[in-house]
Design a protein around this ligand. Structure first.
Ligand SMILES: [Zn+2]
Ligand SMILES: [Zn+2]
Ligand SMILES: [Zn+2]
Length: 277
């Protein structure tokens, strides 16, 4: 019997990682099997010029536009490539048509001024510009459950396109708080003692989002409702126990050009640093 062949030493600590979804496997066979059956094949972003597979959007960007970019690919890319989603188009016409829908503009500073000045928690909802088409949401979570790992929404903030805070309030968590995560959230028991009930926060948030239009009206093709922008919106909405029509959600964790690979998102921290400086 060939003892050497059975020695698992070398593979013990080398886990095999799927380059698309970053799932790890102890055995190579399992990774191969995973790649066969997973729907995310072809796995990585692919160069539209030479069809090379890259392990992330970052490396594809390097390949197309970095200092060591492949000369031919980078030449084509500079004329016919979208610098956001890195797709290559067959004419400058279709590229400029595409740019209209792929365009993301980054405002100078995204830090809402009112948050910096330590706004009192009783202050909420200044008025929102009626013309605003989109609002961004962020929730602050404290911990519930025996180990404090369950996310409970304790603060929510909405910002309009001009960075005005249009809604900002603490919220009474629905379950007992076992960890305030103070270092991260700055939230204390005292701050939540007279906080807004979740239901009232819902009503106010939905009032801003639907712009006074009824949910029914919206479902029947209303046009007044605003876009809701956020990072990993499903999580925020779940914690708020709120739902909002899918076609009105814009999620920076799900938007392909901002993702790490076809399946894995970047962290919000990373996105802000990279795209907003
Ligand atoms: Zn995978
Ligand atoms: Zn290429
Ligand atoms: Zn694009």
């Amino acid at each position: 019997m060939d003892a050497e062949a059975n020695l698992p030493i070398k593979t013990l600590n080398t886990r095999h990682t799927c380059s698309a979804c970053y799932k790890q496997f102890n055995k190579k066979e399992h990774l191969v099997e995973h790649m066969k059956i997973s729907y995310h094949s072809p796995h990585q972003p692919i160069c539209g010029v030479c069809q090379k597979h890259c392990k992330s959007y970052e490396s594809l960007r390097e390949h197309l536009a970095g200092p060591l970019a492949k000369a031919n690919c980078s030449k084509v890319f500079s004329h016919l490539g979208c610098n956001l989603c890195l797709k290559i188009f067959d004419s400058s016409d279709s590229l400029s048509k595409h740019r209209g829908i792929c365009c993301l503009s980054a405002p100078g500073s995204l830090v809402p001024k009112m948050l910096l000045s330590g706004q009192s928690h009783a202050d909420i909802s200044s008025s929102i510009d009626e013309g605003a088409q989109a609002v961004a949401i962020d929730c602050e979570m404290v911990g519930g459950g025996s180990d404090g790992s369950v996310d409970l929404c304790a603060r929510v903030c909405l910002v309009d396109e001009d960075e005005n805070v249009v809604f900002n309030t603490y919220i009474q968590p629905q379950n007992p708080v076992t960890n305030y995560r103070y270092e991260l959230t700055g939230i204390t028991e005292a701050l939540l003692s007279d906080a807004m009930p979740l239901k009232e926060a819902h009503n106010q948030i939905l009032g801003i989002l639907y712009r006074g239009e009824s949910v029914r009206r919206q479902l029947l093709g209303g046009t007044k409702a605003r876009l809701l922008v956020g990072h990993d919106l499903k999580h925020d909405l779940d914690c708020l126990r709120m739902s909002y029509p899918h076609h009105l959600l814009r999620d920076t964790a799900k938007y392909r050009p901002l993702m790490k690979t076809n399946l894995v998102s970047h962290s919000l921290k990373y996105l802000v640093k990279t795209y907003l400086g």
